[in-house]
Design a protein. Structure first.
Length: 108
C-alpha cells in the first residue's frame, strides 16, 4: 500500500457517513410497505389512497421504518415529532443525486 492509497482510504472513510447503511435504508424505504400494499390490493381487488393509510401492515411497516431511520441517525424523534438530522439531510441529498443520475444516464 502506497501513500496515495492511504490518502484515498482516509478520504473514503471520512465521507463514508453519507453511505452508512445506504442499501439497507433504500431497501427499507420500499420493501415492507410495498409488500403490504400489494398484498392488500390483491386481497381486496383494489383500494383508494385513503385505504392504504389504514392498512395495519402498512402502518406497522411505516413505524418500523421510522425506528430504523432513527437507529441509522437519519432522524431524531422528539415527542410526537420526527426531525431530520444533519446526516439525514446529507443522505437525502445523496438520494436525490442518485435519482437525478438515473434519469440522466442512459438505461442498461
Amino acid at each position: 500500500m502506497n501513500m496515495e492509497d492511504t490518502v484515498n482510504d482516509s478520504a473514503q472513510k471520512k465521507d463514508s457517513h453519507k453511505y452508512i447503511g445506504e442499501d439497507d435504508v433504500i431497501g427499507l424505504l420500499g420493501d415492507g410497505v410495498t409488500a403490504a400494499i400489494l398484498d392488500h390490493v390483491v386481497e381486496t381487488g383494489g383500494c383508494t389512497k385513503e385505504d392504504i393509510t389504514k392498512i395495519k401492515a402498512v402502518v406497522k411497516e411505516a413505524q418500523s421504518l421510522i425506528g430504523e431511520l432513527e437507529k441509522c441517525g437519519l432522524i431524531k424523534i422528539k415527542g410526537d415529532t420526527a426531525e431530520v438530522t444533519e446526516k439525514g439531510r446529507k443522505f437525502l441529498e445523496h438520494l436525490k443525486e442518485m435519482s437525478l443520475a438515473r434519469k440522466v444516464l442512459p438505461g442498461d
